[in-house]
Design a protein around this ligand. Structure first.
Ligand code: ZN
Ligand code: ZN
Length: 723
């Protein structure tokens, strides 16, 4: 009888599977996780196909599958998804599989222990020890920290009593990944428009099958409450829901709201989870023990036992695009996964991406509009502050009019947010004596002064160095001047203008831990901060009840980048950040400090005419055949040797197969010409909308000349970044 052969996909940078003999005693099925020999090592893999025909005589050269692993098998739906993503993004299938196998390592988590009174009193009694004995006399279990707190002693005292045998240590079971949410825990009070949208989404879940709904609602209109009802319906059907969020680490408020609605918090999935916690979550999701997962983009690759609904919150957010490894857009791939799984998906945003808006206008997606703020609050009124006419004095960044408005708002008891999407103290430092600029030694980029940390940092490669004592060129001392503002410099100015106010800077590089971050957001919510100075970190989804004023320090910042999405990004970011204002009471106000108050983005924001912005942006994209009216791919060639990198890029362009549907532009030196010591050249590929660009690229790259030395080629289908 012929030996049974299976093909196994392994999570390495390969597109193809390997064939192995399946020993009868293993009883393998497609989707099983297995251990297989690969080279000299053993690796985890997934059985991808079964009963593979193999040329006679080859059997004996194949190796055996070593063992099946004790994990739930990967279901057909997830395997098809892996194949689809790999094919579309031109990534090796093994690398996409790797994202689905990030299951961490099962094992004991950092043990949780408690103490309780059990043995005889200690030989040597002290007042501190007596307080512990009294506090713990109820016989209840407490963690060491709780016991120390209740007795008003240090944990050292507790440890001493454990050593003496007075206290007993008891191991606690690990916290469950998530408990069962109750769809009827607290029924929400919905407005008329919310109820209409809710009914439609509930209907989509009840009916099942693939549908795409765009939940398009102004900031503060209660989109979350609406999609919560779709989740409730999915829980009632005993199926799983996935909520994708752009910044999972920053969503304590969201988790609390979820708990208020469903009685418990959902399971979380993001890069900050420890390996053991990750393993338990992965297994619980695969076993169907978890009903709702809230996660970052990687949660899209979890092995759901029975996924019934996907929600993509802030669907327009650029963070959904993964820029390293497999270049995929989590929102687009979420739509694909929903289609493969044949389930509803909800895209939610106050400023939908142009792509999504076009799909909605053409009827491919259903659009559910919420045009009123919850509780009847108005959307913030927006005014421009023209920096050409009423700008701040030299070296300052807050215009006198904005400073006056902030002062009045604070006197009223409101909070103010000063928004500047730039980390650090200053984006450029130069020598006053000779004009020398502090540059990154590895990149074509300035070093950014981070004064809180007393370091100069390259935002592209992470290079850091302490500020030099003297100018490296002219050796002048104390000759360096900061040019331009970062949030740290803005804080300095705010302190001068508002000396007695409580000021908090929020910037991703200043976050010590997620816990600390969540505390800081709570401080703002509960009014323990007067002025918030923040980067885009504050723009997303937060609800600050006392915030009524937002001042944008440099509204033009994102516009000059040469990125085809610059206008869209700027519009979305500014709309979002100003939308933080006036959500609870009073009228929110937004001020845009700008050099170009006549720019269409500023005009649309000021006129509160979102449709005008989409109309003009969609028309421009259509004229230029930019997405979604055409397709783009970017090929980035990099290498330590400039000529070699450029030469390879040129050869590649020369052999591009000719067709009327595709144009290859470049190669051209990338705007960031050098990063990490590597020269960068880009080819842009433009095609018609309905053209199979991935297949064409694959055919082209199969003919590519051999890459010599350290030359790298990075393919990005539907690129979001053009730096
Ligand atoms: Zn100098
Ligand atoms: Zn650098």
């Amino acid at each position: 009888m012929a030996q049974r052969i299976v093909d196994v996909l392994v999570p390495v940078a390969l597109d193809h599977t390997y064939s192995y003999r399946a020993p009868p005693e293993l009883d393998l099925s497609v989707g099983d996780l297995v251990a297989v020999p690969l080279g000299k090592a053993e690796t985890v893999g997934v059985v991808w196909s079964d009963n593979v025909p193999v040329r006679p005589g080859l059997h004996n050269r194949l190796k055996d599958v070593d063992a099946t692993l004790d994990y739930p098998p990967l279901r057909e739906e997830l395997r098809s998804f892996v194949d689809w993503v790999a094919n579309y993004t031109l990534s090796p299938r093994g690398m996409v599989l790797r994202m689905a196998l990030r299951m961490g390592e099962l094992g004991p988590e950092r043990e949780r222990v408690a103490v309780r009174l059990s043995g005889p009193p200690p030989q040597r009694m002290t007042p501190a020890r007596r307080r512990v004995m009294t506090a713990l006399s109820d016989g209840l279990l407490r963690t060491k920290a709780e016991a120390a707190k209740d007795a008003g002693v240090s944990t050292g005292v507790i440890d001493g009593l454990v050593d003496e045998g007075t206290l007993e240590v008891v191991a606690l079971p690990p916290e469950p990944v998530a408990r069962q949410p109750d769809p009827d825990y607290r029924a929400p009070e919905l407005t008329g428009p919310q109820r209409m949208a809710t009914d439609i989404l509930r209907g989509a879940v009840k009916q099942g099958g693939y549908t795409v709904d765009l939940l398009d609602g102004v900031t503060g209109s209660g989109k979350t409450e609406v999609y919560f009802e779709a989740i409730a319906e999915t829980i009632r059907k005993r199926r799983q829901s996935l909520v994708l969020m752009p910044e999972i680490a920053l969503t304590a408020q969201f988790l609390d709201r979820f708990a208020q609605r469903f009685g418990v918090r959902p399971a979380e999935w993001h890069s900050e989870l420890g390996s053991r916690r990750r393993a338990r979550t992965w297994n619980a999701v695969a076993a169907g023990e978890v009903n709702v997962v809230v996660g970052a983009r990687s949660a899209l690759f979890l092995p759901y036992a029975d996924l019934g609904l996907i929600v993509v919150d802030e669907e327009h957010d650029a963070v959904y695009k993964q820029e390293d490894g497999v270049h995929y857009h989590a929102r687009d791939m979420a739509v694909v996964r929903a289609r493969i799984a044949d389930i509803p998906i909800v895209l939610s945003s106050a400023t939908p991406s142009v792509e999504t808006m076009v799909n909605a206008r053409r009827g491919r997606y259903r659009r559910l509009a919420l045009t009123q703020r919850f509780g009847g609050q108005s959307e913030p009124a927006i005014e421009a502050i023209d920096l050409k006419r009423e700008g701040p004095p030299r070296g300052r960044f807050i215009a006198p009019r904005l400073a006056g408005i902030v002062k009045t708002a604070l006197e009223r008891g409101d909070q103010a947010l000063l928004f500047l999407n730039r980390r650090g103290y200053a984006p450029l430092t130069l020598c006053r004596a000779c004009g020398f600029r502090l540059n990154c030694p590895n990149c074509d980029a300035w070093l950014v002064d981070h004064r809180f940390k007393r370091q100069l940092v390259c935002h592209h490669c992470g290079f850091t160095t302490p500020p030099p004592a003297a100018c490296p060129k002219c050796h002048a001392t104390e000759s360096f001047v900061a040019c331009g503002p970062g949030v740290e410099r803005l804080e300095e100015e705010a302190h001068t203008l508002f000396p007695d106010r409580r000021i908090l800077v929020l910037s991703s590089d200043l976050i010590a831990s997620i816990e600390r971050m969540r505390e800081e957001f709570r401080d703002i919510e509960e009014g323990r901060v007067d002025i918030v100075i923040g980067t885009q970190l504050v723009a997303k989804g937060h609800h600050f009840p006392k915030l009524n004023l937002v001042g944008v320090i440099d509204a033009d910042l994102g516009l000059g980048s040469g990125d085809p999405r610059a206008a869209e990004r700027t519009f979305q970011l500014l709309h979002q950040v100003i939308g933080r204002a006036g959500r609870e009471e009073g009228r929110g106000m937004g001020y845009l400090q700008t050099h170009q108050p006549e720019h269409p983005v500023m005009q649309a924001l000021i006129a509160q005419d979102r449709e005008a912005f989409y109309n003009s942006e969609i028309a421009a994209r259509e004229r230029l055949h930019y997405p979604p009216f055409g397709r783009l791919a970017s090929l980035l060639v990099t290498g330590a040797d400039k000529h070699a990198a450029e030469g390879f890029a040129r050869k590649l362009a020369m052999i591009a197969p000719h067709t009327d549907d595709v144009r290859v532009l470049g190669p051209a030196e990338a705007p960031l010409a050098v990063v990490r010591g590597r020269h960068r050249f880009r080819l842009m590929v433009k095609s018609a909308r309905n053209f199979d660009l991935s297949a064409w690229l694959r055919g082209w790259l199969a003919q590519a000349p051999k890459r010599k030395g350290d030359i790298k080629l990075d393919v990005d289908v539907d690129p979001q970044s053009f730096l």
